[in-house]
Design a protein around this ligand. Structure first.
Ligand code: AHR
Length: 498
C-alpha cells in the first residue's frame, strides 16, 4: 500500500469553483442529439415536446450546469434558419462532417432552448464563422434575445420568433464565435482569425437585460502561439478563450479500444489526460502576461477520451463504451480544473449522450449511466463552492513511458460549511493510505462515497446497467485533526467533512 500525504489549507482558500466547470457538449453527431436527446413528439419513448424524459431526469440529478451546442465542427456548417419554423417544412441537409447522414433539422433553436429549460441548465451556443456570415450570427442572437420594439413597430427577428411560437425572448448567457477555426472551422491562421473574431463579435449584441459572455476560439492542445496572438489582438473583446484537448490511448489512426486494454493501456490513457495540467498551466501563463487580472476565462469546451468506435458501429458516429478508466480520467481532469478555478471557469466534456466520453448511452427506449456520469454526479458538490488548496505528496505509478502520480486531489468548502475532498487513486492494483491534514478546518464527522469495480475494464451495459456505480465509503476516519482514508485500487472517492 502506498502512503500519501495531503494538506488542506483553509487559510488560503479561494477562488469560487465555477459550476460551469461541470459543463457538457452536445453536437449534431451520430446519436447524440437524435435518439440521445430528441426522439420527436410522436415517439413511443416517453418525452416532453420530443425530448426524452429519462435523459432529462438523469441530467437534472447530475446537476448539469451548462450545455454547448450545436457543435463542434457541425457548428461551422450550421445555418440556424434551417432549424426554425414548422418542422415538416424545415429543409434537410447532409451532415457532411459526421457520417454523411441526412439531417432533418427537427432539433433547432427552439428545441435546444426547451431542452435547457427542462434540464435547468444554461445554454451555450456556438456560432458559424467558417461558412456563415456576420449577418447570420447577428440575427441569431437577435432572434433569441431581442424582446422587440414597441407594439406596431417592426422587429423582424423578434416577430419571426413570435410567429414560431415563442413570445418572450430567451436569455442567452454564453456564445462562441466559431469552433476550431484553426481546423474544421475554416483552417485559419491565428492572425486572420483574431481579426475575424473582432469583426463577428461586434455584432453579437446585448439586448435588453441579456449580457452575452463572448467566447473566442482558442488553441488546439499545446498551440501556445494561437493563445499568444488571440490574447495580444483581441483580449479586450472577449470574456473567454476556448481550449480543446482529447486523450487517446493510441494515435489518431488507431486510437485504442475503449474496453480492451491492459495495465499499460490504463496508464497510457491517464498519462495523456494528465497533460491537461501542463496545458492549462501553460495557456494560463500566457494569458497572465496579457491579462494579469484574469478577466478572460479559459473555457475548456471540448475534452475527454477518444477511442476507436465500438465494433460494428458507424465510424462517423464516434460511439464508444466507457469504463472505470474513463471515470478516473474524469476525476483527475476535474481535479485539475478545480485546482485552476482562478482561470478555468467553464469546461465541457465531449459529448453528452452516445458520443465519445458520454455520461449517458441509449439503445431505443433503454438508457444507462456510464462510470463518467457517476463521477460528475459525485463531484457536483464542488459546484460554486470555494476551493481549498490541496497539496499532495505521493509516489508515482505506471511504466517508464507513462508515469502518473499515484493520487490526485481537490477540495472545496460549500456555503453550508461542508468540506468536500475528491481523491483519485490511479494505481489499478494497489490501495493508497492517505493522511489528510486539516489546516483551519474543524471537522466532527467524515463520510464518503466511492466508485470502483473489481476490474479496470468494468463498464455498464444494457444487460448489466449497474456494474459500476457509487457506494458508501467506510474507509475514512477522523483522528487528531486529520483524516485517514484507505483508497481502494483504481478508485474515485469523494469525502464530506462536517
Ligand atoms: O467532438 C468531436 C469533434 O472534435 C468536434 O466536432 C470538433 O470540434 C473536435 O475536433
Amino acid at each position: 500500500m502506498s502512503a500519501v500525504r495531503i494538506t488542506l489549507d483553509a487559510g488560503a482558500k479561494g477562488p469560487r469553483i465555477d459550476r460551469n466547470i461541470y459543463g457538457h457538449f452536445a453536437e449534431h453527431l451520430g446519436r447524440c442529439v437524435y435518439e440521445g436527446l430528441w426522439v420527436g413528439t410522436g415517439s413511443k419513448i416517453p418525452n416532453v415536446r420530443g425530448i426524452r424524459k429519462d435523459v432529462v431526469a438523469a441530467l437534472r440529478k447530475m446537476k448539469l450546469p451548462v450545455l454547448r451546442w450545436p457543435g463542434g465542427c457541425f457548428a461551422d456548417e450550421y445555418h440556424w434558419m434551417d432549424g426554425i419554423g414548422p418542422r415538416a417544412k424545415r429543409p434537410t441537409i447532409v451532415n457532411t462532417h459526421w457520417g454523411g447522414v441526412t439531417e432533418n433539422n427537427h432539433f433547432g433553436t427552439h428545441e435546444f432552448m426547451d431542452l435547457c429549460d427542462q434540464v435547468g441548465c444554461a445554454p451555450y451556443i456556438c456560432g458559424n464563422v467558417g461558412s456563415g456570415t456576420v449577418r447570420e450570427m447577428q440575427s441569431w442572437v437577435e432572434y433569441i434575445t431581442f424582446g422587440g420594439r414597441s407594439p406596431g413597430d417592426k422587429s423582424p427577428m423578434a416577430d419571426l420568433r413570435r410567429r414560431n411560437g415563442r413570445k418572450e425572448p430567451w436569455k442567452l448567457p454564453y456564445f462562441g464565435v466559431g469552433n476550431e477555426n484553426w481546423g474544421c472551422g475554416g483552417n485559419m491562421r491565428p492572425e486572420y482569425y483574431a481579426d475575424e473574431y473582432r469583426r463577428y463579435q461586434t455584432y453579437v449584441r446585448d439586448f435588453g437585460g441579456n449580457k452575452v459572455f463572448r467566447i473566442a476560439c482558442g488553441p488546439n492542445d499545446g498551440d501556445w502561439y494561437w493563445t499568444e496572438v488571440l490574447m495580444r489582438e483581441a483580449r479586450d473583446r472577449m470574456d473567454g478563450l476556448s481550449l480543446h484537448m482529447y486523450s487517446l490511448a493510441g494515435g489518431w489512426e488507431d486510437k485504442g479500444s475503449a474496453t480492451a486494454f491492459d495495465d499499460r493501456g490504463w496508464f497510457k490513457l491517464l498519462a495523456k489526460g494528465l497533460r491537461m495540467e501542463e496545458l492549462v498551466a501553460g495557456h494560463a501563463a500566457i494569458m497572465d502576461r496579457f491579462d494579469p487580472q484574469k478577466k478572460v476565462a479559459l473555457v475548456v469546451d471540448e475534452w475527454g477520451a477518444w477511442y476507436n468506435v465500438e465494433p460494428g458501429t458507424n465510424p462517423g458516429f464516434l460511439y464508444q463504451q466507457n469504463t472505470l478508466r474513463d471515470a478516473l480520467l474524469a476525476g483527475v481532469t476535474l481535479n485539475i480544473f478545480n485546482n485552476h478555478a482562478d482561470r478555468v471557469r467553464m469546461a465541457n466534456i465531449a459529448q453528452l449522450v452516445n458520443v465519445l466520453q458520454a455520461v449517458i448511452l441509449t439503445e431505443g427506449a433503454k438508457m444507462i449511466l456510464t462510470p463518467t456520469y457517476h463521477v460528475f454526479e459525485m463531484y457536483s458538490v464542488h459546484q460554486d463552492a470555494t476551493r481549498i488548496p490541496a497539496a499532495v505528496e505521493c509516489g508515482q505509478a505506471g511504466p517508464e513511458e507513462a508515469r502518473v502520480p499515484g493520487v490526485t486531489a481537490s477540495a472545496s468548502v460549500d456555503e453550508d460549511g461542508r468540506t468536500h475532498v475528491s481523491l483519485c487513486n490511479l494505481d489499478p492494483n494497489a490501495p493508497a493510505a492517505v493522511e489528510i491534514s486539516l489546516r483551519g478546518i474543524a471537522a466532527r464527522e467524515v463520510a464518503g462515497r466511492v466508485l470502483t469495480a473489481p476490474a479496470m475494464q468494468a463498464h455498464n451495459t444494457f444487460a448489466k446497467p449497474n456494474a459500476v456505480r457509487p457506494a458508501a465509503f467506510g474507509g475514512a476516519r477522523l483522528a487528531e485533526g486529520a483524516v485517514r482514508a484507505d483508497l481502494p485500487p483504481r478508485s474515485v472517492v469523494v469525502l464530506e467533512l462536517i
